[in-house]
Design a protein around this ligand. Sequence first.
Ligand code: ZN
Length: 393
Amino acid sequence: MTALQKKEHNPIAHLTREDIESLGNELDAVRASVIEARGASDAAYIRRVIKTQRTLEMASRAVLLFSKSKPAFVAGTIGLTVSKVLENMEIGHNVMHGQWDWMRDPKIHSTTWEWDNASPADLWKHSHNELHHTYTNVLGRDNDLGYGIMRVDEDQPWIPFYLGQPAWNFVNACFFEYGIAAYDLELGKYFAGRKDKAIFKRDMTKVVNKIREQATKDYVVHPALAALTGSGRRTLLANFTANLGRNLWTHSVIMCGHFPEGVETFTKTSIKGETRGDWYLRQMIGSANIHGSKAMHIATGNLSFQIEHHLFPDLPSNRYQEIAPQVQDICERYGLQYTSGSLPRQVASAWSKVIRLSLPNHIAAKVKRPSRRTPIVPTALPSRLAAAEKRAA
Ligand SMILES: [Zn+2]
């Protein structure tokens, strides 16, 4: 893990091979315990969330038919924003991860689900499930890391283009679903001549069709229906606001998952020959959590438990909160950072990193950085426990 080895305090230098494999076994056991326990109450949970979201969406769209009245406009817009957030986060992202495939319900299955987003499900599943979750925080392999338009690590060479990255990031946040569609298309790879033209053309057709469907629904059909009561323009504005609100929210949640200070990045060569234990280790120190209320966890799709999600992307999201203390305990015993903070703190931390790294390293070094964390002392490292036992014998 060279990106780590270059740092003054390599956060994993104290771990032996034996420790890393033991860490992997402990995490496998946590995963097995959830798989064994999942059942009817979990199935009831996701069905309840889907029903709530659909009811809220229908009610909000009905209210917006009368959005000529200001209270109806406000209530309908808030309701539609919340429903879109739920649809993308707690439902779409998690269903398409296959978290609920074990229910064998063809209607709530990763192979059949399509979501309310500019990016078609199959393209998103490839770039998110296969690329982002496999190559988490590996520079040059994980598109989520800076989305190909930002510098996210001191080791990345600086070019003047990065001076604008706070602006690129803000524009990307406002139109995030289109940003996702663009990088699911692997535009960078295509322009660099590394993506097959026929495949790119096929994917582009899918994206254009999906954007057209979405725009027809939000910006043509519903405003046209509302026009019958003189509420067409307000409905158009409400749909635009709901999409904007959802984009800003999802972008913030996702930034908090891998951008805040304390989260590590890795180089391509560092993952060669990676074992399951190494993979778990990278997911743990390459992700960060957000703490807050139950409602906030649901609104983030339980991605507020990003560390647990990255360790176990296919476990039902409603179980992450329950296993978080076990994961945190493992981090403490192995002397690893378990990065977590409130939503405002993590958002501010991620943005300050985006701003700091927009500058060349020699100038960025002068910018005050959030206080450096002191190295964490492991409380019960397997290799040290074994050595102590040997000495006592
Ligand atoms: Zn995910």
